[in-house]
Design a binder for this molecule. Sequence first.
Ligand SMILES: Cc1cc2nc3c(=O)[nH]c(=O)nc-3n(C[C@H](O)[C@H](O)[C@H](O)COP(=O)(O)O)c2cc1C
Length: 354
Amino acid sequence: MGSNSYSLLRRLLFSFDPETSHLLALRALRTMQRTPGGLSATARRFAFRDPRLGQTLLDMHFPNPLGLAAGFDKDACIIHAMAALGFGSVEVGTVTPKPQSGNPRPRLFRLSSEDSLQNAMGFNNEGLDAALARLKRDAPFPVPIGLNVGKNKDTPQEAALEEYLGLIDALDVVGDYGVVNISSPNTPGLRDFQNEEFVGELFSTATATCRKPLFLKIAPDSDIESLVTLATVAVEAGASGIIATNTSIDYALSTQAKDFGGISGSLIREKSFRVLEALAEALHGKTILISVGGIDSGAEAYRRLQAGASLLQAYTGLIYRGPGFAATVNRDLIHSMDQNGIDHISQIAGSTGR
Ligand SMILES: Cc1cc2nc3c(=O)[nH]c(=O)nc-3n(C[C@H](O)[C@H](O)[C@H](O)COP(=O)(O)O)c2cc1C
């Protein structure tokens, strides 16, 4: 779908409240996924493939670097559809042990003039068992699958460590990598776990038994030095990488912003980039960095890879750019590589001299 045809669909989708639009999009993607021939027709129309974008990292093959960020497919319903749209990986969740309904609606808002969103969803999801059942039913997948996990809202803080360890055990059965989410702003007290003691204990305990790669997803709002320290502790305790960043609670980023929830999209682009740069300074070559936050073009994708990311993710860009989003980013990324005389994606980070 070119940008013109999406502009019509977008006008229609944007005429509903954002969460209703999201549910309509999920339903359409699910229907397409179930329709015989739907996935191959979608892939023919939308996906962009080029072996120069493929990488094998941690024993997982990523056909391209752009993954779907957590939160879009919380319940693992549309993985095949998102792969057919050209995403090179899909992170499902955040999944909590028990189902929970999340915060009261409205809890998702468009900051349309700024290509951004603000959400206070609060881990609405059908729970771990439902996600596991779908992941088992729909496997195998053509792209790596991340299982992003978080605590239930009503779990006491002192029980959180055990709860995360229990969630991570699910990776024995499904998923290619796990993500510890302690960076959502919408579960009270969650970001308090972004401390060295909790992160060190969680990753050292979990990686002693978990055979799949585990990542820590961090918020962009603490000072950069403490984020780097936290990430370093996670890596030293066995984390395979860092996903940076989650949404931001810096409401000064926009005059339209509400004073709750997390901001995503263009408004957090520079913040997220600065976190990546600092992480790369300390950890490039020692771990896998996945950059997320405001990536909406091939040029931005190239800049993140150049700054030291091995992989990328996006959510908000998809909402504003539509179903052709992943293909456009990947095609433009190839264009940037051609302009810079780069033959393979793995050479981009090297080109900054890091
Ligand atoms: C509506 C919405 C729901 C989200 N839910 C989750 C979630 O459940 N878990 C998580 O780790 N991140 C969640 N995120 C954060 C995204 O995964 C991503 O880190 C963030 O939006 C920045 O990327 P972007 O600017 O490309 O959207 C959510 C984002 C949005 C917009």
